[in-house]
Design a protein around this ligand. Structure first.
Ligand SMILES: Nc1ncnc2c1ncn2[C@@H]1O[C@H](COP(=O)(O)OP(=O)(O)OP(=O)(O)O)[C@@H](O)[C@H]1O
Ligand SMILES: [Mg+2]
Length: 143
């Protein structure tokens, strides 16, 4: 049931916490983890509009930064014996998470209840809420 897990992360504290639960899913048969970070297209376009630097250069820097943040996550998972696939893309986070869910044919998604904004009054972040509504596979939400 949990053979291949999609782990979308925005590198927030809540998303980091989800990693410990993923490791526990090894005992439930998890073998492969797809770690996905989406560079929010909306934020990127806003930056690009006023950027004085080459936007391809900015995109390259953002991708490299994200890959550097993912490396310790990847190593931690590999040490625990998981196969790991890393995806960093520039897109709309919800759309991209749903696209990768389908493309990678994952068996479940593990996501944080909140992310970088982490507004206490919100029951869920907007990304996690939409993923719960629209995902085809089971979603494990970590608080
Ligand atoms: N850009 C992203 N790439 C990959 N995963 C993401 C991204 N943004 C959010 N997530 C995932 O969704 C979870 C919930 O984040 P979400 O963005 O919904 O909450 P928030 O940032 O507190 O609120 P909001 O973005 O609505 O202001 C995160 O813990 C993470 O697992
Ligand atoms: Mg967010």
């Amino acid at each position: 049931m949990f053979k291949k897990i999609l782990y979308p992360t925005d590198f927030s504290d809540v998303a980091h916490k989800a990693l410990d639960f993923i490791i526990c899913l090894k005992d439930a048969g998890a073998k492969e983890i797809v770690v996905l970070h989406v560079i929010d297209k909306g934020n990127f376009d806003a930056i690009a509009r006023y950027a004085t630097k080459d936007i391809l250069e900015i995109e390259k820097n953002l991708k490299e930064g994200a890959l550097a943040e993912i490396r310790p996550i990847e190593e931690k998972l590999q040490k625990k014996g998981f196969k790991v696939k890393v995806i960093v893309s520039r897109a709309i986070p919800v759309m991209e998470i749903l696209r990768v869910e389908e493309e990678e044919n994952v068996s479940a998604i593990v996501i944080g209840s909140h992310g970088m904004s982490n507004i206490a009054e919100m029951f869920l972040g907007s990304v996690s809420e939409k993923i719960i509504r629209r995902a085809k596979t089971p979603v494990l939400v970590i608080r």
